[in-house]
Design a protein around this ligand. Structure first.
Ligand code: FES
Length: 240
C-alpha cells in the first residue's frame, strides 16, 4: 500500500519520533455490553506541538503517552528485533469458500477482536454471507495487522481506506496499557533507520517488553495473567 506523509521512527534506546500531522487519540478496547463483541471507544485527541512528537516506548514515562526521558535512567534496551520480511512470507493461509485469511502470529497485539462469534478462523471457513461479513469486520479491527483477508474471486486484499491516525490504546478489560495503533499506511522505521514494509494496521510496543520490537507482541497482557494467543485452529494456545 502507498505510504502516508506521517512516519514513526523508533529512536535508538529511546522514544518513538512521530513526524507528520496524523491525529493522536486516546482509545480504549472495551467489550460492547449488548453484542459482547470487542470494540474501540474513542477518547480525547491529544494536543501536540511542533513538527515531531515523542511517544514513550520504554513503558516508564510519568507523562504517558509522551516521553519524559525516563528511558535514560531505566537503561532501556529498545533494540528493534522485528525482521524486515514481508508480512505474507510467514503468514499461514486459512482458506474459506469466498475469502482467504492470512495470519501472521508474529504481529498479534492481543486485541481479541478475532475472538467474537466463534473466532475469525472458523467464520471464514464457514463461508456464509453473515459469517463472511463478521470475518471481514474482525480482520479489519485487528490493531496489530496479524490478520489480512483476501477476496478469492478478485484476489484483492480487503482493507478500508483510512487516513493516517495514531491511537494510544488502553485495554479497559485488562486494566493495562495497550500498544500504539498506527493506522492508515504509516511508515515505521527501526532504530537503525531502516523502514519496514508499509501495512494498513500496525501495533507498536509501548510497555518496553515486546520480543518483536518495535512491534507489539502482546507482552503487556502477560502481567495481567490473561494472555493466550488465539490460533487458527480456533483453540486457544498458551503463550510463552
Ligand atoms: S521512551 Fe522516553 S520515557 Fe519512555
Amino acid at each position: 500500500m502507498s505510504k502516508s506523509k506521517t512516519r514513526i521512527k523508533a529512536s535508538f534506546n529511546g522514544p518513538y519520533i512521530v513526524e507528520g500531522r496524523a491525529p493522536i487519540q486516546e482509545t480504549s478496547i472495551e467489550k460492547d455490553p449488548i453484542t459482547q463483541n470487542w470494540t474501540y471507544k474513542q477518547n480525547h485527541l491529544l494536543k501536540t506541538e511542533g513538527k515531531t512528537t515523542k511517544l514513550c516506548r520504554c513503558g516508564h514515562s510519568s507523562t504517558m503517552p509522551f516521553c519524559d526521558e525516563s528511558h535514560i535512567c531505566q537503561h532501556f534496551d529498545g533494540t528493534c528485533t522485528a525482521p524486515h520480511k514481508p508480512f505474507a512470507q510467514d503468514a499461514q493461509a486459512v482458506e474459506g469458500p469466498n475469502f482467504t485469511l492470512l495470519d501472521n502470529e508474529m504481529y498479534c497485539a492481543f486485541g481479541r477482536f478475532c475472538d467474537a462469534f466463534g473466532r475469525v478462523w472458523n467464520l471464514v471457513r464457514q463461508g456464509k454471507k453473515e459469517t463472511d461479513q463478521l470475518a471481514i469486520k474482525e480482520t479489519l479491527s485487528c490493531p496489530g495487522g496479524r490478520l489480512m483477508i483476501i477476496d478469492n474471486q478478485t484476489g484483492e486484499i480487503i482493507e478500508e481506506p483510512a487516513q493516517p491516525q495514531i491511537k494510544i490504546l488502553q485495554d479497559a478489560a485488562l486494566n493495562c496499557m495497550g500498544p500504539i495503533y498506527a493506522k492508515g499506511g504509516i511508515e515505521i522505521i527501526d532504530d537503525q533507520e531502516k523502514p519496514y514494509e508499509i501495512r494498513a494496521r500496525q501495533a507498536l510496543c509501548r510497555c518496553g517488553k515486546s520480543h518483536n520490537k518495535p512491534f507489539c507482541d502482546g507482552s503487556h497482557a502477560l502481567d495481567t495473567g490473561e494472555k493466550e494467543t488465539p490460533n487458527n485452529s480456533g483453540l486457544p494456545k498458551s503463550s510463552t
